[in-house]
Design a protein around this ligand. Structure first.
Ligand code: PEP
Ligand code: MG
Length: 758
């Protein structure tokens, strides 16, 4: 049954349209369970009624016409209970409701399972049989598993409007709305440029092409590249492999011949199918034939054909990527947008980002915030292929995306955008004014930097120092570890630009979701693995070179250099780190450089460090809270996972309590304390942190003027009062709603996010 399950999901996944997918599903399930009927009822989002959407065994004429109230009949029961209903004789059940139009009279056995996506009921999957019998445990488990796997597909079809007019393949639904997670604030209307996921033959959809010649050309190029690869590998291995094995490569080449697969694929392209779709179609057909063969040797050839198809597809996708056209209003849309994809967009054209994976605290979102590019993360239901080149709206405040927006929707967002632009313009006047509360309390607002453009932006927005230099960024954009001199130059540029103001450099913080292509770290649990200081202490040669580069970068400048250690979970890590920094300092001095000893601080990012904050403060010069990671580790919520994004709450009472403890601990030891997580750049976070006594708030430069605007209108007394109330609250929702009300009452509604729907 497991094999059938996999097969059905695969078939459904690769269907040409949603209607085809449902039709395939009901036929396959009926066959697998050997029942008389399989049907699908879908919930209409507007009317909340069940629509009879697909069937094998009942009257197909009634499809799309018959509907049931949300509590009507046995289907309604399944929905109300949100659990399977398994009946030996449905006609005896009190909720049984005979619907003559669909012709279910003669059926007795009934099994209905709900289809639920993110806690929402999307429909009910039903099997029925003439004879009275109870579906057994295995059959029920099969249906439940299938329904869980179908939920994503149905949610996706619903969002694109395919559920409302079953059968239409073309995607033209007006105002299709997709919900994700806010990544970077702001609104933008632009053109979706889809960066396709890595090759997966089974997931390539059909797509009509207008330019057959171009598709044929792409295909020929891809085919040639695959041939070249095979020939190269075959020559390389011919000395070490037995003759029969080498012959396999020849067989591959034959398969690609013009009178074999190659030509079949061309025929399909000539019928207006795009090249990737044609490859999938032909290859799947051959795989199907091989899989049916009795001879086990021939059956295994299916894997070879798949392998070839996969290779051609990879090249085709690569060719398309390189040919990507970026319009002036590019909105990058992709399964997982990466910093390098952002870098591929020519300067000035990137206006928005939508990533199906990732969350508000993924590094791409942090980068987008720094660059002021409205972003939605975790929009898992967006059909990538269907939105390509379509107009979409990105609402980065609420994490919503609208495809093919109506005129009304567009006007609404244009107005919101104008208001925002007006506000940003007003904020420019604050650039040279100090960050001081209305009762005269001075706060340091510093910037987080690392990505290109951050330095200029920070100076431009009036940052008084750098609170976090993510030094891993130059490592990530290089193809090998950068040399001491290469690093020194980058660090020097920053220290010089800010001198004599403080510049806080974090030692290399790789691991987790930050990887280096030339230093792969493969782990089951990367966020709990070899990260930050754990890596650099194991590689003192990397640590020392970096520390030397930082110290040398300050030569002759007398800048205020601070070095900060990430991901610390024990005292000895700090002791070892300090020793290495001291050694680097001695070496640089001995080499004759005129340098000052840097301050050394610790990032508080792990719960253990919160409990040892006093001891850590005692042996270092300052503490800086990394609230992004601290929230992740305190709440045991992956900061990158859209599924648990609503549980990732940096205003959770436990996090607030920890932040306050760290501030107290640092001050008891007479040391300064700052925070450089994203919380510092929010209005609510900034007020509470000031109330807690944080000396430095470090944030992306884009948020800085807003935070300054807020703090200049709030008194320290009021901030402390708000904090004392918040500390008595039990959940994030109460904290957020209380703080939002306070902001509204203080006349700060411009920084309170409002619902944007029209
Ligand atoms: C943090 O964890 O809060 C932090 C500032 O570091 P990063 O986001 O780079 O992990
Ligand atoms: Mg961190």
């Amino acid at each position: 049954m497991l094999e059938s399950l996999r097969h059905i999901v695969q078939e459904v996944d690769t269907a040409r349209s949603f209607k085809d997918a449902l039709d395939t599903l009901v036929v396959s399930v009926k066959q697998t369970l050997n029942t008389d009927v399989c049907s699908v009822f879908l919930v209409d989002r507007d009317t909340r009624r069940f629509v009879f959407a697909a069937t094998e065994g009942l009257n197909k004429e009634a499809l799309g016409k018959v509907t049931l109230a949300h509590n009507e009949g046995l289907v309604g029961q399944v929905g109300l209970k949100s659990e399977p209903v398994n009946l030996e004789d449905a006609t005896l059940h009190e909720s049984f409701h005979f619907i003559p139009e669909i012709g279910e009279e003669p059926f007795h056995a009934f099994l209905g399972v709900p289809v639920i996506h993110h806690r929402r009921l999307l429909g009910v999957l039903v099997v029925q049989q003439t004879q009275s019998r109870r579906f057994d445990e295995n059959e029920e488990a099969f249906m439940v598993t299938l329904s869980a796997q179908l939920a994503g597909l149905i949610a996706n079809a619903e969002a694109t409007g395919e559920t409302s007019h079953l059968g239409e393949v073309e995607y033209d639904h007006l105002d299709a709305e997709f919900v994700g997670i806010p990544g970077a604030p702001g609104f933008v209307i632009g053109t979706a440029v889809v960066i396709h996921p890595a090759a997966n033959l089974d997931r390539v959809p059909d797509k009509k092409t207008e330019d057959i010649t171009q598709e044929l050309l792409l295909f020929d190029k891809a085919l040639e590249s695959v041939r070249r690869d095979i020939k190269r590998v075959s020559t390389q291995l011919s000395a070490s492999l037995p003759k029969e094995e080498v012959a396999l490569f020849d067989a591959y080449l034959h398969m690609l011949d013009d009178n074999a697969l190659g030509d079949e694929i061309r025929v399909v392209i000539r019928k207006s199918q795009w090249a990737q779709g044609a490859v999938r179609e032909v290859i799947q057909e051959h795989i199907g034939k091989f899989e049916k063969m009795k001879d086990s040797y021939l059956r295994e050839r299916a894997a070879d054909v798949r392998e070839l198809g996969q290779r051609i597809l990879a090249y085709l996708q690569d060719l398309r990527r390189h040919k990507t056209y970026y319009p002036n209003d590019t909105i990058l849309v992709g399964e997982e947008i990466t910093p390098s994809m952002m870098a591929d967009v020519p300067q000035g054209l990137l206006k928005g980002i939508v990533s199906l994976r990732g969350s508000g605290n993924s590094h791409v979102a942090i980068l987008a915030r720094a660059m002021d590019v409205p972003t939605v993360m975790g929009a898992i239901d967006i059909p990538l292929y269907s939105v390509e080149n379509h107009i979409i709206i990105v609402d980065g405040h609420y994490g919503h995306v609208y495809a093919n927006p109506s005129e009304g929707r567009k006007k609404h967002f244009q107005k919101l955008r104008q208001n925002e632009e007006g506000f940003s313009f007003e904020l420019e006047a604050l650039k040279d004014l100090p960050a001081v509360t209305s009762d005269g309390y001075r706060i340091r607002l510093w910037a987080n930097v690392g990505f290109s453009g951050d330095l200029v932006r920070s100076l431009d927005r009036g940052a008084e120092g750098i609170g976090l230099f993510r030094t891993e960024v130059p490592f990530m954009t290089s193809e090998r570890f950068p040399t001491e001199e290469e690093q020194r130059r980058i660090y020097h540029e920053h220290i010089r630009a800010f001198s004599p103001r403080p510049v806080t450099m974090r030692t290399l913080d790789i691991g987790g979701d930050k990887t280096l292509s030339y230093f792969p770290i493969v782990e089951d649990n990367p966020f709990l693995g070899w990260r930050g200081i754990r890596v650099t202490l194991d590689h003192p040669e990397i640590f020392i070179v970096q520390a030397r580069a930082m110290i040398k970068a300050n030569a002759g400048l007398k800048g205020d250099l601070r070095i900060m250690l990430p991901m610390v979970s024990k005292i000895s890590e700090v002791e070892e780190g300090k020793e290495l920094v001291e050694r680097a300092y001695r070496e640089v001095k001995e080499e004759g450089f005129d340098v000052a000893a840097p301050l050394v601080g610790v990032m508080i990012e792990v719960p253990a460090a919160v409990y040892q904050a006093r001891q850590l403060a005692k042996i270092t010069d300052f503490l800086a809270v990394g609230s992004n990671d601290l929230t992740q580790y305190m709440l045991a919520v992956d900061r990158n996972n859209p599924r648990v994004a609503d549980l990732y709450q940096d205003l959770h009472p436990a996090v607030i309590c920890a932040l306050r403890e760290v501030s107290k601990a640092a001050h008891v030891e007479g040391k300064g304390v700052g925070i450089c997580g994203e919380l510092a750049g929010t209005a609510i976070g900034a007020i509470l942190l000031v109330g807690m006594g944080y000396d430095v708030l470090s944030m992306n430069a884009t948020s800085l003027p807003r935070v300054k605007w807020v703090l200049r209108q709030v008194s320290l007394r009021r901030a402390r009062l708000m904090l004392s109330k918040v500390l008595r609250m039990h959940d994030t929702e109460s904290i957020v709603s209380y703080m939002q009300n306070e902001l509204l009452e203080a006349g700060l509604e411009r920084v309170v996010a409002r619902h944007t729907s029209t």
